[in-house]
Design a protein. Structure first.
Length: 89
């Protein structure tokens, strides 16, 4: 009974980690780094390039889900007594 409960908890943790964009990004980034270094064993160069391209796209999609990585653009804020300033990030 205890082993079954532990298995259920581990499954829940894996499921929740899969929904956490920062966790997913860290895993995908590690995989991408390994592939770029050539540690990934593929069936051929073309297959490896396709996998690399797909993984890069997944990393970009994960980054879009993390708000503090998507703060680019024109920001306006009031700084001190001298009024408003525009900052392009």
């Amino acid at each position: 009974a205890a082993k079954n409960h532990i298995s259920e908890i581990e499954a829940s943790i894996r499921e929740l980690n899969g929904k956490d964009p920062e966790y997913v990004l860290s895993i995908l980034s590690e995989r991408l780094e390994e592939m770029e270094k050539g540690f990934h064993i593929g069936s051929g160069v073309e297959t490896r390039e396709e996998e690399l391209s797909k993984l890069k796209k997944e990393v970009e999609e994960a980054q879009l889900c993390i708000p503090h990585l998507n703060m680019h653009g024109l920001w306006v804020g009031k700084y001190g007594d001298h009024g408003y300033e525009m900052v392009n990030i």
